[in-house]
Design a protein around this ligand. Sequence first.
Ligand code: LUZ
Ligand code: MOS
Length: 768
Amino acid sequence: MSLIDAASHVRGESLYVDDIPVPAGTLYAVPAGSRMAHARLTAIHTEDARNFPGIVCVLTADDIPGQNQIGTIIMDEPLLAEDCVHYVGQPFAVVVGTSRMAAEQAAKRISADYTPLPAIFDAREAASAGQFIAPSRTFACGDLAKAWEKCVTILENRVDSGSQEHLYIETQGSIAFPAENDSVRLISGTQSPTSTQKVVARILGIPMTKVEVDIRRLGGAFGGKEDQATPWAAMAALAARRTQKTVKLILNRHDDMHMTGKRHPYSSDYKIGLDAEGRILAYEVDFYQNAGAAADLSTSILDRSLYHALNVYHIPNVRITGYSCRTNLPPFTAFRGFGAPQAVFVIESALTHAAAVTGIDKLTLQARNFIQSGQTFHYGQTLPVSHAGRALSECLNHYQYPELQTRVRHFNAQHYGSKKGLSVLPICFGISFTTIFLNQASALIHVYTDGSVSVSTGAVEMGQGVYTKIARVCARTLGISSERITILSTNTTRVANTSPTAASTGADLNGMATFEASRLLVSRLLDFAALELSVPRTAVTLQNNFVCVSDCPTELTWDSLIAKAYLNRICLTQHAFYATPDLAFDRTTETGSPFAYHVFGAAITEVTLDTLTGAYTIDSVKIVHDAGESLDRAIDCGQIEGGLVQGLGWMTLEEIQYGAEGQLLSGSLATYKVPDLHFAPAIEVRFLEQAPNPRAVLNSKAVGEPPFLYGMGAYFALLEALQAAQPEKPVFFTAPMTPERTLLYLMEPSKLGLPNEDPALQAMHKTH
Ligand code: LUZ
Ligand code: MOS
């Protein structure tokens, strides 16, 4: 089966929010935002905009009938700023006009009077100033103080990773259709129709029953539309309520890049201790998360950093602390990996550092510290079966790692102007929302009298193929072909109280609910078929669109069964609910079992560096990935390749920069470079064989986020190439490893903050 949307995508017929036909008289809304990073707002001047041709109205916080609040976890974010602005671009007005162009022009004519306040852009500075989103959290196990005494090598360093723009091809957008009795219907490009519904209801001061949110597909999201699709829907709804006209709000690329949040930059300090054989005995880390100006999902993202702080390793004594720091930048938000990549980068940096100092090669250190089946993570969850070792050994064997290593050594010995680097990156990613209550989903199946089947769930299609997977689950469970099945748009009136399609759980949770609904439906239909055919109930099944008795097709087809069932007044609708079992976490002890299961894999990355210019190519990435019994290998392969390339971008090319006043400098595709087809390496993907996962639908595994981590291999491979060129220089851990950074390393290391010294001097290297 191919992707449900494939044909309409390639013909350009798939409709995205901006393509949906709107009624005559539709109005267009454009937000206007702050020019200052932190200031008291003393006046907003809207007169020029109001008088601009084609402008219908300009709305500010005063026009909000309900509560001016869009926060979900922590209520700390207004839809439209009132007294204070907290970042450049923070919306404080919405211009509504008869054309998008008029509204955009008028929005530029809005100004404000500001009284500047001191602004902070750096997480560590915010921490020093006591500016936190929430109290810090610490996960700990073992006895660190004792463990340090047993270590032969103890190393400390600082690790920084940068932000990242989601760059979904479809920018944020919503259409709001006013309806009677203050109701509103929205088509909204959101990963979380229920969050959008809830916040729109709050802003308008109406019950959630009066807000309908519908979405057929997104043109990409990557976490950027988990929480941050909501304000644009709320602005459109507010304008529709005021004007009683359909209102469309689609951000242009400039506003989208400047006004919406991105991946959280992290700055971290680690201390790692090893014994003489390279076993990690102790690990301590402080994460300083730059949360931006409001909480958004930052606390949840920090959770995931704490959980993933050890990647795939088992360390007996650890102390992991996370600080979510409030700064004057647009609120950073969910982005594929959700805090895990930032944490994994730190432990992989620590291992790289340890390898450089001890002379034990990194792969040996990695393999020596793998978590084994039956061992317990630092947060108390026991891993029943670890596929970490299997994924690594299949990766090394299948891709003939020793030969690769020999080839790279040989190349480096023979070349002066270019050097190769090689890295191995094992990954581990926990599946489930760490917010336990979100691990629930519903499905609603209707069978119509012609035998066609519709399925509605809370899953949002964003190009990841979740509709195709759900259709497959339904078809397999009913025993009919998937052509008979239509996956309907995601709509809050058909399926209520949906969790965001996020945390890689879309197919797991909604697939399980679909499985359960299909199972109940087919069971009822087979009860009826057994009576019709006068055979024992245990003998009847549905296979390939036929009712079978003892596996032999009868004359009763699916279509005729349905027609008869209807005439016999058998219910042809089924709802089902699924909640992931056995999840628990105790916040007082910071221990529990938050994940349904873990995803494993390993990647080998090879790069070539030009030692004169710093330019490099990522030659190849070779992956073995654990997808359980994949629901669709083509889809999963696409997710693995896409995740990898996105991770490569985060680690190499993509550098978000802000000016001294907190203004985004890399706010266009001319100043923000993302991977393209020419940059992408040769990618090989192999699935871990015979790894059925009893903890997800039809033995599959979630696939969305884990492969993002593979991109990190490029950083360490490039570092190895740099060290092959200049072995006397120390390792450093500041991502992204842009061509500018590689050049500075080679030519001006002091500009990277590196001493021109022996790495052994830089490290605290303790010998007993
Ligand atoms: N969203 C969320 C997520 O609300 N909770 C999570 O644990 C999560 N993990 C990954 C991506 N989005
Ligand atoms: Mo997400 S980072 O919306 O799974």
